[in-house]
Design a protein around this ligand. Structure first.
Ligand code: AHR
Length: 500
């Protein structure tokens, strides 16, 4: 049995969780939009064509913000194609994913869907093939009340009230050579600054996200962030981070060490933001928007066999297994452990495309990764405590990886204190001990466990509950000390409630 100690102090507060770290992402890609959130004619659709079963699962997942419409897609997108009467919308070739985009779903439909999903919209503008003026026009269409060309165009499309979208991404992955309109850091920094300036002239209440690196291993990583922020520090509020974790080498310990990589990525980007702030003698702290993260690439081989230039093919339909859920749990803990700096994060993506939710014509189901996300979103809001974890470690390519990832979040309003913990050991359970004498009155309400003998176990439409959390365990508080055994390879949510 392994052993670990967790130390938390009432006064050592990291920060409040920004609920937007439980965001997600819908791109016009594969079956995310069509057959995912939107399928008119389906027995599951409401009168607007939105799938009600998916809406229910999105609400259960708890996603306060959804990034839209891409991704690589946005870098060639003309938003005007997706508004107005549907019979007049053009079908276009879509080069990012080699498909046909019918434009039967566009920004007004998405804004209406987001409302029903109880989410805010995080809108991305095209800085690949387009520039500042189109971004400004789009903002005018979305946020200007009335009496101007684009606001009245929106009203003529039956949308009287402005959408009031507050969060905007200035392009997508502009450092990537695969991106339409790919730019150098100097070119992009300038475009982001000019676009941001123009957009804030129209609506100063918006917040802007500049593109950081597409992943930590990009050859331009770090210099890119520094150069871009040097150019647009005054105009932007956040810089983005993207990172996908590949699960293909059949080396589970190394795969699960991905949370160390995410941690290093976040710390590095925060340092660069601080360097630029210092260099500019600036007052503004640039925060981080980790607006694409997930496990990916199970679907690589299947994707190679897909026919090109068709509409809504089965692209990027990763089937997630149990060990993917363990890493997603650890990544959520890592995001929470950086709550002072990471204010937005988007699980990429939401439905059908590298997603926690899958659909077919006969139903919708939860993938394995759905559960840690839903629990973190439900119980991870509140005050994140600086949680010191003393755990045995193992070697990984990122350096020492702790067997135990953990964080404590207190929600005083709800009278709840929650410990999220992943035991990465594949051989042994872990006995944990945490001094909670400062947190008087708390009792264990539940230890929820997500574990499985088979690391490769999956949820499918035919067998949707192979992997799901159950209540159990032996978590207990005695003399102000919380103790529990975390089974080998497990995600744990130990919820404490204040009892009078
Ligand atoms: O999420 C899938 C793709 O991954 C996005 O379109 C792109 O931004 C990233 O490379």
């Amino acid at each position: 049995m392994k052993q670990a100690t967790i130390i938390a102090d009432r006064d050592f507060i990291l920060g409040e969780t920004d609920p937007r770290i439980f965001g997600s992402f819908i791109e016009h890609l594969g079956r995310a939009v069509y057959e995912g959130i939107y399928q008119p004619g389906s027995p599951f659709a409401n009168e607007e064509g939105f799938r009600k079963d998916v809406l229910g699962l999105v609400q259960e997942l708890g996603v306060p913000v959804v990034r839209y419409p891409g991704g690589n897609f946005v870098s060639g997108y003309h938003w005007e194609d997706g508004v107005g009467p549907k019979d007049q919308r053009p079908a276009r070739v879509e080069p990012a994913w080699s498909v046909i985009e019918t434009n039967q779903f566009g920004l007004n439909e998405f804004a209406a869907w987001a409302k029903e999903a109880r989410s805010q919209v995080m809108m991305a503008v095209n800085l690949g093939t387009r520039g500042p003026e189109d971004a400004r026009n789009l903002l005018e269409y979305c946020n200007f009340p009335k009496g101007s060309y684009y606001s009245d165009l929106r009203r003529s499309h039956g949308v009287e009230a402005p959408h009031n979208i507050k969060l905007w991404c200035l392009g997508n992955e502009m450092d990537g050579p695969w991106q339409m309109g790919h730019k150098t850091a100097a070119e992009y920094g300038r475009a982001a600054a000019e676009t941001g300036r123009l957009m804030k002239m129209l609506d100063p209440s918006i917040e802007l996200v500049a593109c950081g690196s597409s992943n930590m291993t990009m050859p331009t990583f770090a210099q890119w962030e520094a150069d871009v922020l040097d150019a647009c520090y005054d105009e932007v509020d956040y810089i983005s981070l993207h990172q996908y974790f590949e699960n293909s080498a059949d080396n589970t310990p190394e795969f699960l060490a991905g949370s160390v990589k995410m941690d290093q990525f976040i710390s590095s980007v925060a340092s660069i933001c601080d360097y630029i702030q210092a260099k500019k003698h600036g007052k503004k702290k640039i925060h981080l928007s980790f607006d694409e993260w997930n496990v990916w690439y199970h679907s690589n081989e299947a994707d190679k066999t897909l026919e090109k230039w068709v509409q809504a093919p089965h692209q990027l339909e990763d089937v997630y297994n149990f060990e993917d859920a363990l890493l997603v749990g650890s990544l959520l803990i890592t995001l929470l452990r950086h709550a002072d700096r990471v204010k937005i994060a988007c699980l990429a993506q939401l439905v059908n495309v590298i997603a926690p939710i899958m659909t077919s014509d006969t139903g919708a189901w939860r993938q394995t990764i759905f559960y840690p996300f839903a629990q973190a979103s439900r119980y991870g809001r509140g005050t994140v405590l600086q949680t010191l974890v003393k755990s045995p470690v193992y070697e990984s390519s990122y350096g020492d990886a702790p067997y135990l990832d953990a964080v404590l979040v207190e929600n005083e309003e709800e009278g709840g204190l929650t410990l999220f913990a992943v035991n990465k050991s594949l051989e042994e359970g872990m006995e944990i001990s945490c001094d909670l004498r400062q947190f008087a009155g708390y009792q264990v309400a539940e230890q929820s466990l997500l574990t499985h003998e088979n690391l490769k176990a999956v949820n499918t439409e035919q067998d949707p509950f192979q992997v799901r959390p159950v209540s159990g365990g032996n978590a207990a508080i005695e003399g102000g000390r919380l103790t529990a055994v975390l089974p080998k390879q497990s995600w744990n949510v130990i919820r404490l409630e204040k009892r009078a």
